[in-house]
Design a protein around this ligand. Structure first.
Ligand SMILES: CCCCCCCC(=O)CC(=O)SCCNC(=O)CCNC(=O)[C@H](O)C(C)(C)COP(=O)(O)OP(=O)(O)OC[C@H]1O[C@@H](n2cnc3c(N)ncnc32)[C@H](O)[C@@H]1OP(=O)(O)O
Ligand SMILES: NC(=O)C1=CN([C@@H]2O[C@H](COP(=O)(O)OP(=O)(O)OC[C@H]3O[C@@H](n4cnc5c(N)ncnc54)[C@H](O)[C@@H]3O)[C@@H](O)[C@H]2O)C=CC1
Length: 718
């Protein structure tokens, strides 16, 4: 709702009230309309201030209402009522003015912002455009290039930048509401003719066509199939080419197109999913709201290779004191140099405070004796990690959390090496650890609730989205990756090429197809894991070469590694590169010949594989594993899996995540297609739909937020 009060006798104050962000719910919109009429009808009131309760102006349309039937006054007539008012209306912007909140502010005649406020049009991230005149007013106010930048990227600007761009009239370090009241009094009685943005002509720079062409190219490059950014460009184009009223009509048309698209639904689901994962629960009943995190001031990182360096940077930037440990002087000095460079680049590019003084380097593990938490990031080798955990358990003070960055080893086995297994959890960061936003917090059967809570909170403080997951081989993300990769290999055996598979996945929206990603990460990484699992056989011919444990296996990746083709680092992998370390993947005729030879050797006849088969076999096998993970209780809900896949594995955000996507496709259809492929390729593992997927499909494809009701039934019933 909105409260009305009279300040200093002549200023009508309208205060938005809808915690937590004063979003424009039906009740708030109704309140604004009613209170505007009241302020305009009271003769003593000479001017109006609009502000938000609890230091937040407005977070925009109430996203919680998007799925429901629209009630209350629409936003567009509301902003027109404000702009057309005969008394000056001043927006007092504290905290945030986002989306519809900024549109509300732009309909006011003046805007006063607190210096700590942020403003922006984040609608594009929700698959929308600013649909209450934002695309028509902003270019009129700040010009086309700046408006295109803000609307197509959704980036938030500080009050200082907003002042520079001309979005706000004044910035204050003092109380913005008091400043707005004073301002409102000072403009009482002044003409408002020049203050109504909708009446401004839209600036037309001479190189207009080139500006729009560039903007379109830019969004095409970055959008990867998302339709909102390009539609935002079209809406701004309407502001330049049409009169205001016609531009508003066009904005409405384009908004409706986006609003009813599956992409907007997926992005809005994802918005709430990302917040839902912080309300974590574990399979043995620990929960976010009953588990208190422990204080952590000082942390240690053991092993300063690729991951340890990024983790050190991330910890220091978040304000933790860090003890960084390597075994040899030489490695330590290389790591020190690399970490310094990363900190400096962070400071230069993102304005993160330099944190060199937060880090102490050491070659001795004894240096961690007084820390509160340790993150181990040594080689992925169980024997080595066990030794390190035994050492840590002996050296660290009592009560210290011992965390491992392992990509998939058994947390419980590591915990059993220590005197306090309840203090052990996985903190699985993603490379590069100082950039990637995802953290899987892996709890073992013995991890204590407060230790899980501490790791979750540490992740948040480091700017990560932390997702709590159970302990199993590969946890959630890497476990689902296995069947996805396997299908891709099988498709090559059956006649596809890496280029064809990658193209299908990139058209779906992945930034890189599976083979390009493998080349980037290094094919030797998976090879080492397969070797230690006893999967890599010296016999590369005969039937046994393609069978492991009774199931079909593709040794293609192993064969490439045997030939020294490790991907980008060696200049050859699934693709060729101009030099070792090269980044531009080119199809490799050698690889095509090699595949032909391989098929001939194994009696495989290449067949035509279409787009649909590539997509369905790769994605549905991954999705099927996701359902198995839910069934096993490794992830608490589909949101956890979706957030992991979007933030850690490049799943296109506008498709919500693999579990949301499965729901959109229809779970019955996913089951039917998996069964279809299973029938045709009975030897291919990973295509048998799991019981939870079957059960959900049979119960009529329920909405994703209802899945938990089925999941929470005893597993024996699945
Ligand atoms: C047919 C209709 C025609 C309508 C035409 C209008 C077209 C439009 O112009 C449409 C819009 O306005 S779309 C909305 C634009 N606004 C946004 O995208 C802001 C989204 N929120 C944020 O960025 C951060 O929450 C924010 C920066 C605000 C705060 O971040 P924090 O990290 O401090 O906190 P969070 O954990 O993210 O959020 C706190 C709680 O607030 C909930 N929330 C945030 N924004 C909301 C919003 N706009 N509507 C409803 N709930 C919202 C958020 O879910 C979280 O809730 P809990 O998880 O329950 O605590
Ligand atoms: N590289 C990646 O993309 C990811 C790796 N991980 C996991 O992170 C861990 C580390 O991986 P990377 O950083 O890639 O390995 P890396 O090989 O780059 O670095 C490992 C570092 O540990 C050091 N080290 C070995 N034994 C040590 C000991 N006893 N004490 C102190 N330092 C020691 C080595 O000198 C080396 O610098 C592994 O468990 C890996 O599975 C997790 C996520 C992603």
């Amino acid at each position: 709702m909105a409260l009305y009060s009279r300040v200093s006798g002549s200023v009508g104050m309208i205060t938005l009230q809808n915690p937590p962000v004063n979003a424009l719910s039906a009740a708030v919109r109704q309140g604004i309309v009613d209170m505007m009429h009241r302020a305009l009808s009271e003769p003593e009131v000479k001017s109006v201030v609009i502000c938000g309760q609890n230091g937040k102006f407005c977070g925009g349309a109430d996203i919680r209402e998007f799925g429901a039937k629209m009630t209350g006054p629409p936003l567009v007539p509301m902003v027109h009522l404000i702009e057309a008012a005969s008394k000056p209306v001043v927006a007092a912007i504290e905290g945030i003015a986002l989306g519809g909140g900024l549109e509300l502010a732009l309909s006011c005649h003046y805007r006063i912002a607190h210096s700590k406020a942020t403003l922006g049009f984040p609608e594009v991230a929700l698959g929308l455009l600013p649909g209450a005149g934002g695309t028509q007013r902003l270019p009129r106010l700040i010009g086309v290039p700046a408006a295109l930048d803000l609307i197509t990227t959704g980036r938030h600007v500080t009050a200082a930048e907003a002042r520079q761009l001309g979005i706000v009239d004044e910035v204050t370090d003092l109380n913005a509401v008091d400043a707005a009241v004073k301002f409102a009094q000072s403009v009482t009685g002044k003409s408002l003719d020049a203050r109504r943005i909708s009446t401004y002509p839209c600036p037309r720079p001479p190189d207009l066509d080139a500006i729009f062409e560039r903007a379109m190219q830019q969004v095409r490059r970055s959008a990867r199939g998302a339709i909102a950014p390009g539609t935002c460009v079209q809406a701004v184009h309407a502001a330049v080419t049409l009169p205001y009223a016609k531009g508003m009509e066009r904005e409405r048309e384009l908004f409706s197109l986006l609003f009813t698209s599956g992409q907007a639904r997926a992005l809005q689901y994802y918005f709430f999913a990302q917040r839902a994962v912080s309300r974590w629960s574990t399979a043995n009943g620990a929960r976010w709201d009953t588990s208190k995190p422990r204080p952590v001031r000082k942390a240690a990182v053991i092993g300063l290779g690729t991951m340890g360096r990024g983790i050190t940077v991330s910890l220091a930037q978040a304000g933790f004191s860090v003890v960084a440990v390597e075994t040899q002087e030489q490695q330590l000095s290389e790591a020190k140099q690399a970490v310094s460079g990363m900190l400096e680049r962070g400071a230069k590019r993102r304005g993160v405070p330099l944190a060199h003084d937060k880090i102490k380097y050491s070659c001795s593990v004894q240096a961690v004796a007084d820390v509160d938490l340790v993150i181990e990031a040594v080689f992925e080798d169980m024997a080595l990690k066990k030794t390190v955990f035994q050492q840590l358990s002996a050296i660290c003070k009592p009560g210290v959390l011992l965390c491992t960055n392992t990509s998939g080893l058994d947390i419980d086995e590591l915990a059993s090496q220590t005197q306090s297994p309840e203090l052990v959890v996985g903190m699985h960061f993603f490379a590069p650890a100082h950039v990637m936003q995802l953290l899987e917090v892996v709890y073992g059967p013995r991890s204590s609730p407060e230790v899980v809570a501490t790791a979750m909170q540490m992740g948040k403080k480091m700017g990560k989205v932390s997702v709590a997951v159970g302990n199993c081989r590969g946890f959630v993300g890497n476990r689902m990756l296995k069947p996805y990769l396997e299908q891709a290999f099988f498709l090559l055996e059956e006649g596809a090429t890496p280029e064809q598979v990658d193209q299908v996945l990139e058209e779906f929206g992945f930034a890189m197809g599976v083979f390009k990603v493998s080349d980037l990460s290094g094919l030797d990484v998976g090879w080492k894991v397969r070797k230690s699992d006893g999967l890599v056989s010296p016999a590369s011919t005969g039937t046994s070469a393609r069978i492991r444990g009774g199931s079909r296996y593709s040794p293609l990746g192993d064969l490439l590694c045997e030939r020294g083709r490790f991907g980008q680092k060696t200049g050859r992998g699934w693709y060729q590169y101009d030099k070792p370390g090269g980044r531009v993947a080119k199809p490799d005729p050698w690889l095509h010949g090699f595949l032909e030879e391989y098929r001939a050797q194994h009696g495989l006849v290449a067949r035509h594989i279409d787009h649909q088969e590539v997509l369905e076999r790769c994605l549905y096998a991954l999705i099927n594993e996701g359902f198995q993970i839910l069934q096993d209780g490794i992830a608490a809900g589909p949101e956890d899996i979706d957030v992991i896949y979007v933030l850690g594995y490049g799943w296109p955000r506008h498709r919500g995540g693999p579990m949301f996507y499965a729901g959109q496709v229809g779970l019955d259809k996913v089951v039917e297609r998996l069964e279809h492929y299973q029938q045709i390729h009975p030897d291919v593992p990973g295509l048998q739909p799991c019981s939870l997927l079957r059960k959900l499909a049979a119960s009529g494809n329920p909405a994703i937020h209802k899945w938990r009701e089925v999941i929470q039934k005893p597993r024996s019933q699945l």
